[in-house]
Design a binder for this molecule. Structure first.
Ligand code: SF4
Length: 333
């Protein structure tokens, strides 16, 4: 077994990696995996959860354990299903929804204890320090790659960035490209928000980028996570860095989320926003009216279930959105 699965950006990767296993973020979204997952959960469950379940059922021998989190109800449910239908041991990290550092800190200590007992291995100071150095280096490298995407004109597509950042989420450092291709684009610049972008979401990003350029995002599966800055190489330092990361939309209050996004859409000179929402992902869907109220740019809501059955509709909606962007800027986007 080579992998330790996890489901949320608030779970410190350095701690998972200190077990000697590769931290593998469960971010699958593909129709055949989804159908496999449907053998265990209702058909109207979130497609990401169904796909992750499908992936776990097919790859159960590769996972030593799964660290789930209390991010959204479906993700919590997935861990229960894994516990019931597979032999993979599971543990739940209770990520507090409120801004409460003490609860978060206790949860990280609980995770360290649990892993130490489970793997019969002390996650001591020197191991954690080494892991902090390793992951910080890779995040800095990814941030420097992301800068190509954000620059004006944008020099890297999100379609390519998505392929590169996958290595980070799957713990495969060796697959993270050293150099990046030059993909200069003068297409209208947009910012992406919404549900997680799965490993298999390349065609969706490609479809958007045939007409627009995604210059920044706040999505799990893309740049979310790489802006965590660990300066103090210890469990205490990890707690501070992960707690203060770009804040999750599900936190309450989530004012900091909106402040972060507003600042970032200015920094990336975006002219519009695409909010990608997975079918049945109510958490993000219910947040769209708030986004429309709080964010200063036009928002296009795209819904999908990874099947691409609505691909023609998506294309038409993107074209109509470009017209909206143009009409707001005297015909120029
Ligand atoms: S959206 Fe928030 S809660 Fe859900 S997986 Fe991402 S960081 Fe975790």
């Amino acid at each position: 077994m080579e992998l330790i699965g996890y489901t949320c950006s608030y779970i410190p990767l350095e701690i998972l990696s200190a077990t000697g296993l590769k931290p593998y973020r469960l971010l699958h979204g593909e129709i055949s995996l989804s159908q496999k997952g449907e053998t265990q959960v209702r058909i109207d469950a979130c497609p990401l959860i169904k796909s992750n379940l499908g992936f776990l059922l097919e790859n159960k021998n590769r996972f030593a354990c799964i660290i789930g989190a209390t991010g959204c109800d479906m993700s919590r449910r997935m861990v229960e299903v894994v516990k019931t239908f597979t032999d993979i041991p599971v543990y739940i990290f209770n990520n507090p929804r409120t801004d409460n550092f003490e609860i978060y800190s206790n949860e990280v200590d609980g995770l360290v204890n649990e892993l130490e007992q489970f793997f019969h291995r002390r996650l001591d100071k020197s191991i954690i320090e080494k892991e902090c150095e390793k992951w910080e280096k890779i995040r800095q490298h990814l941030i420097s790659i992301d800068a190509h995407r954000r620059t004006h004109p944008s020099a890297l597509s999100t379609t390519t960035f998505h392929k590169i950042v996958k290595g980070y989420h799957q713990g495969k450092f060796e697959e993270i490209a050293k150099g990046v291709p030059e993909e200069i684009s003068y297409k209208p610049r947009i910012y992406l928000l919404g549900s997680p972008i799965s490993y298999e979401s390349g065609p969706l990003l490609e479809l958007i980028e045939q007409r627009l350029r995604i210059c920044g995002d706040f999505n799990c599966g893309l740049s979310r996570g790489i802006y965590i800055r660990v300066t103090e190489k210890s469990v205490t330092g990890l707690k501070k860095a992960y707690f203060n990361q770009p804040p999750c939309i599900f936190k309450r209050p989530n004012k900091r989320y909106y402040e972060w996004v507003e600042k970032d859409i200015k920094a990336t000179k975006s002219t519009g926003i695409i909010a990608f929402v997975l079918d049945y992902c109510d958490n993000f869907d219910f947040e769209i009216p708030q986004m429309e109220r709080c964010l200063p740019l036009p928002i296009l809501r795209l819904k999908s279930d990874f099947s691409f059955q609505n691909i023609s509709q998506i294309k038409i909606r993107i074209d109509a959105f470009i017209d909206v962007l143009a009409s707001l800027r005297g015909g120029v986007v």
